[in-house]
Design a protein around this ligand. Sequence first.
Ligand SMILES: Cc1ncc(COP(=O)(O)O)c(C=O)c1O
Length: 360
Amino acid sequence: MSETSPRLRAELEGIPTYKPGRPAAAAGGPVAYKLSSNENPYPPLPGVMETVMAAAGSFNRYPDLACTALSQELAGRFGVPVSHIATGTGSVGVAQQLVQSTSGPGDEVIYAWRSFEAYPIITRISGATPVQVPLTPGEVHDLDAMARAITDRTRLIFVCNPNNPTGTAVRRAELEAFLDRVPKDILVVIDEAYREFIRDPEVPDGVELYRERPNVCVLRTFSKAYGLAGLRVGFAIAHEPVAAALRKTAVPFGVSQLAQDAAIASLNAEDELLGRVGSLVCERNRVVEALREQGWTVPETQANFVWLRLGERTADFAEACERAGVVVRGYAPDGVRITIGETEANDIFLKAAEGYRSRL
Ligand SMILES: Cc1ncc(COP(=O)(O)O)c(C=O)c1O
């Protein structure tokens, strides 16, 4: 056998593989809740489940490549041309297609840091250069610094609103002022994976910003508010030619028929699903308030998670939570992100946080 291995692209060297949130302990182990992946804790709705079961009866067939019915449904809801909807294998799949469509070696992709951990990975896979702009001390996107980071090599800018993992959101006036400063040949992607959890009326709906601005594209997902994380379906709303580029860069048949049908069924069950989101928002507010009462500094969150900047205590805190029965997400050396889950899980977490604080 030869010692030589196949030649791989140099860009892949040093790219970390995406780290999923740790699962809760296996059945039979200690009680554990998974608060590490920003998932929706509610089980699938019975009606959505039935739809998926029915679709499963045809999984010997390829799905509808164009996601026709889903795209039409989305276009109708948002009042956009159906050609402006581009679906993909989760919104992370669409985000990767956006980078592939705009950026290669020598090009730059700007995003805040810390933000969604897939951004550096998909940027570097494309061979492009990540330009990470630190968040403000208040954990919010520093849009001024991001505008200053633009060069003639910039091809794409991610604005994660609200931001994962801090939960913070940028507001209308500052985002519009930022967009006004971005040259029109640079694509701005407003990643709204957590859009449905926003309660601050000053946080703009990216779709409204997209309508007026051909260089703005919005990313949405069915993984969070709609509870379909395991089925992998997300979408972009983008003007031509960006939407057309997304159709070219899509993995053929990447969105299964189960996912397409479940997404439509979920849109039809929106009242119930958004009611669940409302309950999670109440829980979020309760958790934030309790943490602040315990003495923690908690940034304002508009998502289904909260952020604690714990610095060097990050790993230690995450381990303490796990011993108590909740798996949270540590981003050493910055902080810990805790997903809002079932009331019982949130209570276990709050108790662990209180105990930890008392030992400081
Ligand atoms: C900001 C952000 N964007 C996109 C995604 C990707 O979600 P999905 O690929 O499941 O749609 C996530 C998932 O955690 C996220 O936090």
